[in-house]
Design a protein around this ligand. Structure first.
Ligand SMILES: [Zn+2]
Length: 154
C-alpha cells in the first residue's frame, strides 16, 4: 500500500465495530486487550497495529479507535518529547473534528446549557473529546481572526 495516501473513512455516527469494519481494508489491525496503567489505546507504526483497552465503555472505545486511526493516517511514530506532545495535540484536535459535526455540537450545547458530560453522552463521545473540540473551535476562530487581520492590513 502507498504510505503517502492514507485516507480515513468517515467516523461520524459510526459505532466502534462499524469503524473497525470500515477500516479493515486499510492494512491496519485492531486488537482489544488489557493495557497497563491508564492507557486506553496504542498505535504502532512499525506493525500498523492498534491496541484498544478491553475495559473501555463504548464511547471511549469509539473515540480511542478514532484517535489511534488519526495517528495511522499521519504515520505518527512518537508520542514522547516535544515533537511527541505536538503530534499528540494535533491528533486530539483532528480526532475531535472528525467525531463531531459543528452544527450538532451547537445544538447539543444549547440543549444542555454547555454541560460537557451531557453533551458528550448526546454525541456518543468522551468528555475529553468535547474539551478537545472546544479547543479546536477556539483555534479555528483564532485562525479565522488572524486571516481577517491580514486581509485588513493589505
Ligand atoms: Zn495519541
Amino acid at each position: 500500500m502507498d504510505d503517502n495516501r492514507r485516507i480515513l473513512p468517515d467516523f461520524l455516527h459510526r459505532a466502534y465495530t462499524q469503524i473497525i469494519n470500515d477500516t479493515e481494508h486499510l492494512g491496519v489491525s485492531v486488537v482489544n486487550t488489557l493495557l497497563p496503567g491508564n492507557l486506553t489505546g496504542i498505535y504502532d507504526e512499525a506493525t500498523k497495529l492498534i491496541l484498544i483497552d478491553q475495559r473501555l465503555i463504548s464511547a471511549q472505545q469509539r473515540c480511542t479507535l478514532a484517535h489511534e486511526l488519526v495517528h495511522w493516517e499521519h504515520a505518527d511514530e512518537t508520542c514522547s518529547g516535544t515533537l511527541g506532545s505536538k503530534i499528540e495535540r494535533h491528533a486530539r484536535m483532528e480526532t475531535a473534528s472528525k467525531l463531531i459535526r459543528p452544527c450538532e455540537y451547537a445544538l447539543a450545547e444549547n440543549e444542555y446549557d454547555g454541560d460537557a458530560y451531557a453533551i458528550a453522552c448526546e454525541l456518543d463521545v468522551t468528555v475529553q473529546v468535547i474539551e478537545d473540540f472546544r479547543t479546536y473551535l477556539a483555534m479555528s476562530q483564532d485562525m479565522a481572526g488572524q486571516r481577517q487581520n491580514t486581509l485588513y492590513r493589505i
